[in-house]
Design a protein around this ligand. Structure first.
Ligand code: CA
Length: 519
């Protein structure tokens, strides 16, 4: 398969011929259906790509030029959230438009109800060609996809499981997922069916191994630390104190920080195995970059703050370098659509399974309802429909993706889906009865949900200004006024001045639980 950088558009003659064919096919369909051909839908899905790691969302750390260009061509949702900030459940939500308790996969363990209607099954049965390429992580096999190529392994030289068996790959996984997705779209562009592909990246998930071409990004630069890197959690309940996701102490030396140590922990031993999957050439370049820079690791006489700062710089640079591959992917896919004449009838959606703590509150990882983890990017380019460069401030959530995709494809969505159709918002028409709050749950029933990073199960509700959180095991509550306290440093749950607000939010949480059938 051609590499990402060497991708060559089809020759002009072929391009013209296929365009004529497409035009002819479209004309027939118009005659048959008296409406234009249904759009192709490309869902580019990132893993752990936080809003504040995108320049179009105001990142202080990096630039994402290709994703920014997508936002300039379409609509950016400024208030976009997830319903459960973790990988597997979020993917099951994309498929079903349901919160976790209803689709069954409450954590990264088993439980998905594969008999549910999904956007993929409904598109496929309505005549779309459907595919998913990349990370799956749903606890049942892909259903509703004409083609699947599911990644196994980590960042380098992954294996893909397809309907025809397993196929090895050489290269960085973000590039390979992009190349495989483009190859499938190219095949579809020569057929008369509309297509829908879920380009499901595994970047920028731990353990942040960038492509070799991105290693030099930020080298020698000191990135600006988040304001809350040394959060003392003064007014919070215990949940954040007991969680194991601190930049200061919970990043593994080899696995996370790329230091040259072995035999220290299960994950550090796993790092050795990951490096062993590299080709000799890849490994030489990797070691040549990290070995000399590892000499700067703070010595035994360093303070805790100095070590935390070193850990953060090392972590965030590799995270952002890995995310740079996502931006390249958006650029390559849009370049392909342009050179094949597909842009005008192809909707491109960019979103992530959740956000991520980029050292905010001293943390990495996600799971918590706090803003950096709860927020997720959501950008949609729908040529001829979305106003270029527009921003929507309505509260939207990942449960909305499935009903929206179905609406775009003019397929009736299943009424049992929890999400709302975003199409009116994409037409710059916000319905008067649009939601005034979102519901959140991190409460898997399997032991894994309670032991991963030791994040206590919790539920919550967020309005455009306030957030109420309930930690079930401890019966503890947190309440934040996001207008006056955007970093969520002042828990007002027991502040008498917020008693009325708390009552309103508790009532709202109960209403949302009832409306979504939460037990
Ligand atoms: Ca994730």
């Amino acid at each position: 398969m051609a590499s990402l950088r060497s991708y060559t558009p089809p020759p002009c003659a072929r391009f013209l011929a296929s365009s004529v064919l497409l035009l002819a096919t479209a004309t027939v369909l118009v005659a048959q259906e008296a409406q234009p051909r249904r759009p192709n839908i490309v869902l580019i899905y990132a893993d752990d790509h936080a809003q504040h790691a995108l320049s179009c969302y105001g990142s202080r750390l990096t630039t994402t030029p290709h994703i920014d260009r997508l936002a300039r061509d379409g609509m950016r949702f400024s208030q976009s959230f997830v319903g459960n900030s973790i990988c597997g459940p979020a993917r099951a939500t994309i498929l079903t438009g349901l919160h976790s308790h209803a689709h069954g996969q409450g954590s990264n363990g088993p439980g998905f109800h594969n008999d549910l209607p999904t956007y993929a099954k409904l598109l496929q049965s309505s005549g779309y060609a459907t595919a998913v390429v990349g990370k799956w992580h749903v606890s049942s096999p892909p259903t509703g996809f004409d083609h699947h190529a599911i990644k196994t392994g980590n960042y380098y030289n992954s294996t893909f499981r397809t309907e025809d068996g397993t196929e090895p790959s050489t290269g960085h996984v973000t590039d390979v997922i992009t190349e495989r997705s483009i190859a499938w779209m190219k095949e579809q562009s020569e057929r008369d069916k509309p297509f829908a592909i879920w380009v499901s990246h595994s970047a920028s998930h731990r353990t942040w191994m960038p492509a070799l071409r991105h290693l030099a990004m930020f080298d020698g630069v000191t990135l600006p630390e988040p304001e809350t890197l040394f959060d003392d959690y003064a007014t919070r309940t215990d949940a954040i104190r007991t969680a194991q996701m601190r930049v200061s102490r919970d990043l593994f030396p080899a696995y996370d920080l790329k230091l040259s140590v072995t035999g220290k922990s299960i994950l550090d031993n796993a790092a050795t195995r990951l490096l062993d999957t590299m080709t000799d050439e890849q490994r030489r370049a990797w070691d040549a970059f990290f070995a000399p820079r590892n000499e700067t690791y703070p010595g035994a006489d360093a303070t805790d703050a100095e070590r935390t700062r070193w850990n953060w710089q090392r972590y965030i640079k590799n995270y952002l370098r890995t995310a740079a591959g996502l931006d390249d992917s958006v650029g390559a896919i849009r370049s392909f659509l342009e050179t094949t004449g597909l842009t005008e009838n192809t909707i491109v959606i960019y979103t992530s399974d959740q956000g991520f703590f980029l050292g905010d509150h001293g943390l990495y990882d996600k799971r918590f309802i706090y803003e950096e983890s709860l927020r997720t990017p959501c950008i949609v380019s729908w040529p001829g429909v979305t106003k270029a460069g527009s921003t929507c401030d309505a509260l939207v959530q990942n449960i909305d993706i499935a009903p929206t995709i179905l609406s775009m494809a003019r397929v009736p969505h299943d009424a049992s889906m929890h999400g709302k159709d975003l199409s009116p918002l994409l037409r710059s028409e916000t319905p008067a009865d649009w939601r005034d709050a979102i519901y959140y749950q991190y409460r898997g029933t399997e032991p894994q949900a309670r032991t991963s990073h030791l994040v206590a199960p919790h539920e919550g509700v967020r309005t455009d200004r306030f957030k109420l959180v309930h930690f079930e095991d401890s019966e503890a509550w947190e309440l934040y006024d996001l207008e006056t306290d955007p970093h969520e440093l002042h828990n007002e749950a027991d502040n008498e001045a917020f008693a009325e607000i708390r009552e309103i939010l508790e009532r709202k949480l109960a209403q949302l639980r009832a409306s979504y059938g939460v037990q």
